[in-house]
Design a protein around this ligand. Structure first.
Ligand code: ADP
Length: 462
């Protein structure tokens, strides 16, 4: 049961409510019963005062005879619900207390008698509850007397017991009502959560475009649903990207595979001479090489996506790396009749993944050479800034139309599909270059002017 938030909330609610109720009712009960006792004491004290003043005037009337004065006082003053006794130091002058209670008058202590103030005591007898008695000492004609007025506590105890009974019944009844109210409240508040979890359960890979209903986007549950919906959107997008990537990848792989298959079918359909077999095998070898290239690049990106290609960071000179990359591409440049010039003036030390940055350089230079016609030029330079180093690869080639610029870093994006494929690219070169730059917390930018050339700038924080 405690696995349900609803039950836990109700329990907490009842517990806090119960403690509050106790904190309120116990002091109320104590104050109420104390004030009832105080009221009894007050009325006893008033009765004792009235009796004492009557007694004093009766003594005068009977010329100092205290016994007659006391008897007359009790005759004159018939106070309801109370018993009165007037005593001298050593004997009871007059009393309407039940006889059985008279011994309790002898228990009045000397200090209570001689004291100038009233004192209160609770007496045994008068039923189970006992009685409350006030003792008021007084002096007349040089002699000391005291007036005792007693009131049975039966009525008061009954009143206090009634208050207690009200609390005993009221407390659990209020708690029960609070528990029911708390449970209903928790159920109502948590109903949207249940609905959300049911909706979320129904969402799977095939209906990722569905969203949770957000009744109030500003409250906590609305915000939770909003965050969940954003997560779904991200999942939906990455599923979409994955599907697109799979479709593009199969398309890319299918072309060389069908060439290989076509060539093999034609070669095997009849007897050929060695030169023809040689030509067929060369084509098959080229296509197999391209397949390897595509698969390698796909694997690199897949590992990067999965975070399985941590950077192998080391210190090296970036100018050396750019120079080596240019040297490696020099054969291709010569073959195409393009001038490839590294423009490096100083040593630039750098900390990063040398292999990945070399790959980035090769991809950029390879593209620049691929898309620059014979007679054109490609240059690679380094620009050092205090917190940044920039690698710039500039070519005087075909350039890239403005509408294609935002897409060239996407996977398998090609401007002229047939041409790029014929040039042997995997369609992933710039996607890999961007990933390498971003893995170094840098970026890659492109400025291009169609017909005049392109400028790729890789900015890397030092
Ligand atoms: P590819 O394997 O096709 O070269 P890339 O990701 O390296 O794949 O490049 C994507 C596309 O961007 C290329 O197909 C080409 O159309 C365009 N491109 C890249 N570099 C250049 C460049 N220097 N000049 C002109 N177009 C380029």
């Amino acid at each position: 049961m405690l696995n349900s938030v609803r039950a836990r909330l109700t329990l907490w609610y009842v517990l806090v409510f119960g403690l509050l109720l106790l904190g309120f009712s116990i002091p109320t009960y104590v104050l109420l019963s104390r004030s009832l006792y105080d009221r009894v004491d007050q009325s006893l004290s008033n009765a004792a005062q009235a009796t004492a003043s009557e007694f004093l005037s009766e003594i005068k009337e009977f010329n100092g005879d205290a016994g007659l004065g006391a008897a007359e006082t009790l005759n004159e003053l018939r106070l309801p619900n109370v018993y009165t006794a007037i005593c001298a130091d050593d004997r009871i002058l007059a009393s309407n207390l039940p006889e059985a209670q008279e011994p309790s008058l002898r228990q009045v202590t000397a200090s209570e008698r001689s004291n100038d103030q009233t004192s209160f005591r609770t007496m045994e007898g008068f039923g189970e509850e006992g009685a409350r008695m006030v003792v008021l000492p007084l002096e007349a004609g040089g002699k000391r007397y005291f007036v005792a007025v007693a009131e049975p506590l039966l009525g008061l105890v009954e009143q206090v017991a009634l208050i207690r009974r009200i609390f005993y019944v009221g407390f659990p009844a209020t708690l029960l009502v609070a528990a029911i109210g708390g449970f209903l409240l928790a159920r109502k508040s948590l109903a949207p959560v249940l609905e959300m979890s049911e909706q979320a359960q129904r969402i799977g890979a095939t209906n990722l475009q569905e969203r949770l209903t957000v009744s109030n986007p500003r409250d906590e549950l609305g915000r939770l649903a909003g965050v969940f919906n954003e997560l779904l959107s991200r999942l939906d997008r990455s599923f979409g990207n994955m599907r697109e990537f799979m479709a593009d990848a199969s398309h890319e792989l299918r072309t060389p595979l069908s060439i290989i298959r076509g060539e093999a079918d034609v070669a095997l359909s009849q007897q050929r001479d060695p030169a023809e077999y040689n030509e067929t095998l060369t084509i098959i070898q080229d296509e197999a090489r391209r397949l390897t290239l595509i698969v390698d690049d796909m694997l690199s990106l897949a590992r990067a996506d999965a975070g399985q290609r941590p950077l192998n960071v080391q210190d090296f000179y970036l100018n050396d790396l750019v120079e080596e990359a240019c040297r490696a591409m020099q054969v291709l440049a010569l073959r195409k009749g393009v001038a490839l010039t590294p423009m490096l003036t100083e040593d630039v030390s750098f900390r990063g993944d040398e292999d990945l940055l070399r790959r980035l350089m090769i991809n950029l230079l390879d593209n620049a050479l691929k898309f620059t016609p014979s007679g054109g030029s490609v240059s690679a330079q380094l620009v050092c800034e205090p917190s940044m180093v920039k690698i710039i690869v500039l070519d005087t080639g075909a350039g890239i139309p403005a509408e294609a610029v935002p897409h060239v870093f996407e996977r398998f994006y090609r401007i002229d599909k047939s041409r790029s494929r014929a040039d042997g690219g995997s369609g992933l070169g710039l996607a890999i270059a961007r990933w390498v730059a971003e893995a170094h917390k840098g970026s890659i930018d492109l400025v291009s002017s169609p017909g005049h050339g392109s400028k790729f700038t890789v900015s890397l924080p030092r």
